[in-house]
Design a protein around this ligand. Sequence first.
Ligand code: HEM
Length: 210
Amino acid sequence: MKRPVLIFLKALTWIACLVPLARLIYGALTPGGLGADPSAHIALTTGYTTLMLLIITLAITPVRRLSRHLSWMIRLRRLLGLFAFFYATLHMLAYVALYSGFDVHAMIADIAKRRFITMGVIAWLLLLPLALTSTTWAIRKLGGKRWNLLHKLIYLAVICGVIHYWWQVKTGVLTPLPFTIVIGILLLARILYALLSNRKSAASQRTSEA
Ligand code: HEM
């Protein structure tokens, strides 16, 4: 892909990823712009944005395999993943500032008591090493194989994120279902692809031995 096109696509991704934040800032500066419960509005917006960005990041690998014309998408994956972590951190900070009022003891008690908060924290902690090792320097230092293995944690993080969501909604509310189905399909696609490529390489090994 030509450099100017890549720069254009990256700029578009930056703008799209910053829209939810810009809307929150605009809402905060407008009287009543964040609705009747501003804390909940901020927590929900950042929570949904995190989940959406994690899903888009996960979808890039299977989607780009559909056609070689889509291979450019891989160049946006790191940026999308970092924005997912950015919104997850804003989401957690919203909890720290607006729900717990920076009271560390209350927060620790809450994390221990409410399982949906515990699961949210686990999801964030799983994303942390991915964000910290997202630099080219870290990839070189860890080596491709180890780096790839570490970055599989994104699957675990998104699973914890969606469990956190299920545990947060009232019994009978099914809003997390569409997210769960999409995540399930993406995981299945990954497993099927791994099985097929294992079979292929075993078959080609047999042919070369024969
Ligand atoms: C990858 C990490 C995370 C994801 C994907 C995520 C996602 C979400 C989503 C989608 C919601 C909206 C649920 C609804 O519609 O009712 C939500 C709510 C919430 N999350 Fe998270 N979350 C994450 C991490 C965390 C962490 C680390 C904390 C706090 C330490 C946290 C605290 C909350 C709280 C308090 C709510 C409820 C907001 C309210 O109803 O007023 N989340 N989260």
